[in-house]
Design a protein around this ligand. Structure first.
Ligand SMILES: *[C@@H]1O[C@H](CO)[C@@H](O)[C@H](O)[C@H]1NC(C)=O
Ligand SMILES: *[C@@H]1O[C@H](CO)[C@@H](O)[C@H](O)[C@H]1NC(C)=O
Ligand SMILES: *[C@@H]1O[C@H](CO)[C@@H](O)[C@H](O)[C@H]1NC(C)=O
Length: 379
């Protein structure tokens, strides 16, 4: 904790220095911060799904969601803050505004486009979520607004300095399982994964075309043993096939990122191994300060596996645990705020076995052509 605080002060100082020393002409003073744009699924959704036509299955804007931090509930699928909320804090930014919330019109610090249930494939929960491609279109709309308001040179600088955070893929593998398709029919695992990664790559390239350079992304979680998955299975066992698929996805993802680094000019990334970190906490909760690693705090059924937290998703009964911070899972699909904070710290400046080749702190400090590249070790 102390370490995290010190690094927060350090970066605030460095970001400040950078604003004051100016990076070229004095008209560049505008860019005193590095913006954060957020894409993906419920791991990052701050409430975009409150503003689309969907069902409570894909929403969390009701009690007891948000109970540890937000009043009224924001729509985050958690008792409190999510990974991007902490990342924004460490980077000296305000909470990044929810793009679809009509009360928000100022996005100079960034925007959050993430939508609970979304995948890389448009087919994933189609009609109920904002898929990744549409999220990129919204980002394109925002780019046009920036160009009108700020002019091209400031917009170029804003977009190339910015960090682009992604959480994506999990729902592409969960959705077919949820529909009891056995399981990716008519595709082989390899074909399906290639499609998911291919569509994610298209979006990374779309960001790069608009001038974005720095991408932060997580591996897909070990969904096979999610309480919600175990619920639907005989003897509440984990889903072995899903385990194989997510492992393959994660291998392909890191391969693809290495390729993109060579292929796309100036492309930098930070890959956080969420899969391993989730898995460690589910297996050995007490090592990370949790009492319970495999059951949800809020929900119903054995180990809270039924996704009924809040009572608005068809099943009205649910229990809420007494002490949320004892739990790794808040509901049967989503972790607690305490867990999100731990993940954010590791994503921000965890060592290279967890976050590589750069951590997010390094991406935030990097200033493209206007300064040398800092490898993590140099900081
Ligand atoms: C799921 O698929 C299996 C095998 O195809 C079938 O036996 C089972 O009844 C299905 N379950 C549901 C809930 O549709
Ligand atoms: C993206 O996904 C669609 C299905 O939604 C698929 O037809 C297409 O081939 C994928 N694109 C890539 C580049 O893999
Ligand atoms: C909740 O759990 C945390 C961590 O186990 C503990 O520090 C705290 O005292 C507990 N609070 C209550 C009200 O039991």
């Amino acid at each position: 904790m102390v370490v995290a605080k010190i690094s927060f002060l350090l970066i605030s100082f460095l970001l400040m220095l950078r604003g004051y020393s100016g990076s070229g002409s004095s008209s560049d003073n505008f860019v005193e911060h590095v913006a954060l744009f957020i894409f993906g699924d419920s791991l990052y959704d701050p409430g975009n799904n409150n503003y689309i036509n969907t069902t409570p299955e894909f929403q969390a804007n009701f009690w007891p969601y948000g109970i540890s931090y937000f009043d009224p509930p924001s729509g985050r699928f958690s008792d409190g803050r999510l990974i991007p909320d902490f990342i924004a804090e460490y980077a000296g930014l305000p909470i990044i505004p929810t793009y679809l919330d009509p009360r928000n019109s100022e996005f100079v610090y960034g925007a959050n486009f993430a939508s609970g249930g979304a995948g890389a494939l448009v087919e994933t929960h189609a009609g109920f979520v904002v898929d990744l491609k549409t999220q990129l279109q919204y980002f394109g709309d925002l780019e046009k607004q920036f160009r009108q308001k700020l002019g091209d040179s400031k917009t170029d600088q804003l977009l190339s300095d910015a960090v682009y955070l992604f959480s994506c893929g999990g729902n592409d593998y969960l959705a077919p399982v949820g529909n009891n398709e056995s399981i990716l029919y008519p595709y082989t695992h390899e074909q399906y994964i290639r499609m998911v990664i291919g569509n994610m790559t298209d979006v990374f390239k779309g960001i790069h075309e608009k001038g974005g350079r720095k991408i932060g992304i997580t591996t897909v979680s070990p969904l096979a043993c999610w309480p919600s998955i175990r619920a639907g299975r005989p003897g509440n066992t984990c889903n072995g096939e899903l385990d194989i698929i997510t492992s393959m996805h994660n291998q392909q993802l890191s391969k693809k990122l290495v390729e993109l680094e060579k292929e796309l000019e100036g492309f930098m990334y930070s890959l956080f191994d969420l899969n391993t970190e989730v898995s460690n906490r589910m297996k050995n909760p007490s090592k990370y300060g949790f009492k319970i690693g495999d059951s949800a705090c809020c929900g119903s059924g054995p180990f809270g596996c039924i996704y009924s937290c809040g009572g608005k998703r068809g099943v009205t009964e649910f229990d809420l645990c007494d002490n949320i911070s004892d739990y790794f899972f808040f509901d049967s699909n989503h972790n607690t705020e305490v867990a999100a904070r731990q993940f954010a710290e590791l994503f921000w400046d965890g060592d290279s076995t967890v976050t590589a080749p750069y951590d997010l702190k390094t991406l935030f400090l990097h200033q493209g052509k206007r300064s040398p590249t800092y490898r993590k070790e140099d900081l």
